[in-house]
Design a protein around this ligand. Sequence first.
Ligand code: SF4
Length: 306
Amino acid sequence: MNHAELKQAILQAKQETGTLVLAHTYQDPDIIDIADITGDSFALSKAAAQVTDKRRVLMCGVRFMADTVKILSPDKEVILSHRKAACPMAEQIAPERVRAFREEHPDVCVCAYINTTTALKAECDVCVTSSTAVKIVKALPAERILFIPDQNLGGYVRQFVPEKEIILWDGCCPTHHSVSVGDVEAARAAHPGAKIAVHPECRKAVVELCDFIGSTSEIISYAKSVDGDVIIATERGVCDKLRRDYPERGFYQLAPHKLVCPNMKMTTLQNVYDALLGNFGDVIEIEEELRLKAKRSIDNMLKYGG
Ligand code: SF4
């Protein structure tokens, strides 16, 4: 099958198998094209839970995203598009280490970025997304917070919640953490006058040099709303989307060779087709007790973050 035939075959297979296809914004544009819903990871999980006429969901992203879909939609068959697609940051901490920390510090509230494994979500008190982290940490009825796993997002939150003690783990997203001050200076020199929109998973020294800080969807909204050129300092999928949606605008990728997540780019169109036919990917199974514990952290995220 050539490229166009493969896309057509995917559309037909979606219909014949009654499968809802979700794609994170960081996926390749080809995958975005054939998806039913695209967006941030938690938004995709919520959207899938609201779809009642499809009992099968294919998540094109990384493992924690498919797990989150399953946590919120236990009665659906949830498939991860590529069994090796995992977020390194989500797996940076063994749950036993969090349990041991808690035993030593019983007054600490454990707050986990949504980019964590199900086992970690089950160990923590509340989850946050990059767009709700500040609001939730402020609202929590605790003075001491252990923020896992992303030191950069945790450090960003700390600036806005000085009244609480926020203890950081030393984890990070290898893709965003690789961006340097020199990359920002080079982009400014190449595109004078352009605004820079950055994700808080980048280092503090990088974030401080930028004009706007936000989650994936907040960066997209910002870039659309401002006049003039915008340099995008997050995974390349965001800039690809903006360029495709607004070809007349000046959108530039910061550090184009660094801001590519190899795990998010693992899934191919052929993988999607094969997964739809049940010959590829990984069907997500979560033991019910673990699912309920992990869901409690997500429920608390909605309670404190709205
Ligand atoms: S971009 Fe970073 S946080 Fe997102 S999936 Fe890749 S490694 Fe994980």
